[in-house]
Design a protein around this ligand. Structure first.
Ligand code: FAD
Length: 434
């Protein structure tokens, strides 16, 4: 390979592929490094793909990308140990030709995404780990070393797209390691079933899909959520909680997953399935306040490595693709002006990102991660139990006068949280949501 590139992109996940593709499409000489055997081999996601963000990169992706199902229904479940209260939204409007959301399998999808990066002209080296960011005596990043050559590969700019746990940026002291209260550890299984079984269990036809997001006692009072996504011939199912909560409680991720799978609302959906894959991965959950410095002399950081993840809406890959694309566009603009890849010039990336939905959404929810973390027992244990009991009383017909049922349910809420606690929780939630 050549010794000097316009840009080196470290990582071939959603952010790295978006950045490398955009740079190559703009005619820059790009080297992309991926430690996995192929793009996607190391990557874990639920996974929902948000079409709008991919369309901006590859407008006709629907013609060839390996997509599973287009989503027509979204379910939210608030769970206690043997029931769930659900909010389901299903619409024929989502049965459109250019659907808005799809389920995907990352190993297949990333491989295809990477083929587009190669087609655009980037040099993609897999099974190659970037081991060191090399800086000159003024601290400017001038290239990387890899485990392959040991030699220095020069570049005007390095795009760090190395994912949530990115060691390269941390080792070079461009950022600190994410704190345990700012990352969730998620575990996920793929349950294989005949296509017809999935369609009848989830009430689907053709390539229609559904996703279920679940929270409540399944996380044992820790800040976390579960998910169930229907693919064509398998169901992705997983759960994740903050690492700091695992440390504090001694709960185990696989223990939570087993409980989630055996929940009476979940078990029938995966009955008689064959588990072929098991994966664990971190998710950045610190939100806006956990975002590190996004650029410096000769470098920018994108995607999960920049902690760009919207936990409230369960969005990550779209923020990764968007930040990768925007970083590449900023680099292209600096390059077109024949300017230095200095921190001052690369600050354009941050300016452009601030203008996008990425930073606007993260800023909107900046207080949510802290609120959920401090009040996890209430939001993930006490309230789901109270709501479930109230719903059961509401639905059960047993001759008890309705007014008496309502008084009893209300009393249960006040006994558990007090009036001050109830109003305080509602106020804090409304303020953090605004
Ligand atoms: P990654 O996809 O993690 O890619 C980083 C890449 O860098 C990897 O390929 C890695 O091998 C490579 N790499 C790392 N270090 C080096 C190195 N030193 N040298 C070379 N290569 C390196 N998001 C959604 O939008 N929808 C979902 O449904 C969803 N569900 C999720 C479910 C789970 C269980 C998890 C864990 C995450 C989920 N996410 C979801 C989040 C989403 O997966 C991430 O936000 C997204 O993958 C981030 O992309 P990325 O490119 O920044 O990082």
């Amino acid at each position: 390979i050549e010794e000097k590139f316009d840009a080196i992109v470290v990582g071939a996940g959603m952010a790295g592929n978006a950045a490398a593709l955009t740079l190559a499409q703009r005619g820059l000489n790009v080297l992309q490094l991926e430690r996995g055997e192929y793009s996607g081999s190391k990557n874990v996601q639920g996974a929902i793909l948000y079409a709008d963000m991919l369309e901006k990169l590859i407008p006709d992706f629907r013609d060839e990308a390996p997509l599973e199902r287009h989503l027509v229904e979204q379910r939210f479940w608030m769970m206690d140990d043997n029931s769930h209260v659900g909010l389901h939204y299903r619409s024929e409007a989502f049965n459109e030709e250019r659907a808005n959301r799809y389920t995907i399998i990352r190993a297949q999808f990333d491989k295809w995404f990477s083929s587009k990066v190669k087609e655009a002209g980037a040099t993609v080296l897999c099974e190659t780990t970037a081991t060191e960011l090399v800086q000159n005596d003024k601290g400017k990043v001038i290239g990387v070393r890899t485990d392959r050559t040991g030699g220095l590969i020069h570049a005007d700019v390095v795009v760090l797209a190395e994912g949530v746990n990115g060691l390269l940026g941390t080792r070079a002291e461009l950022r600190t390691r994410p704190k345990p209260e700012n990352v969730a550890l998620a575990v996920k299984e793929m349950h294989f079933l005949p296509r017809e079984a999935i369609e009848s269990r989830f009430n689907l036809k053709g390539d229609e899909g559904v996703v279920i997001e679940a929270a409540g006692t399944i996380s044992r009072g820790m800040t976390g959520m579960g998910f169930i996504y229907a693919n064509k011939e398998c169901v992705s199912l997983g759960i994740g909680c903050l690492v700091s909560d695992f440390q504090k409680t001694g709960e185990t991720p696989y223990g939570l997953l087993e409980r989630f799978k055996s929940h009476p609302s979940v078990a029938p959906l995966i009955e008689d399935s064959e588990v072929k894959e098991y994966a664990a991965h971190l998710i950045p959950e610190g939100g806006y306040k956990a975002i590190p410095k996004l650029y410096g002399d000769g470098w920018v950081v994108v995607g999960d490595a920049a902690q760009l993840n919207n936990t409230i809406h369960r969005e990550g890959s779209n923020l990764a693709m968007t930040s990768g694309r925007i970083a590449a566009e900023a680099i292209f603009q600096v390059k077109s002006r024949k300017d230095e890849m200095s921190a001052k010039n690369l600050s354009l990336y941050k300016t452009m990102l601030d203008e996008s939905f990425v930073m606007k959404d993260l800023k909107k929810y900046k207080d949510m991660p802290g609120l959920m973390h401090v009040n996890s027992q209430n939001f993930f244990l006490t309230y789901p139990q109270l709501v479930s009991k109230a719903m059961q009383s509401f639905v059960r017909v047993d001759g008890t006068p309705k007014a008496e049922k309502e008084r009893k349910s209300m009393r249960a809420f006040v006994e558990a949280r007090s009036w001050v606690g109830l109003f305080g929780d509602a106020f804090r939630l409304a303020r953090a949501w605004r």
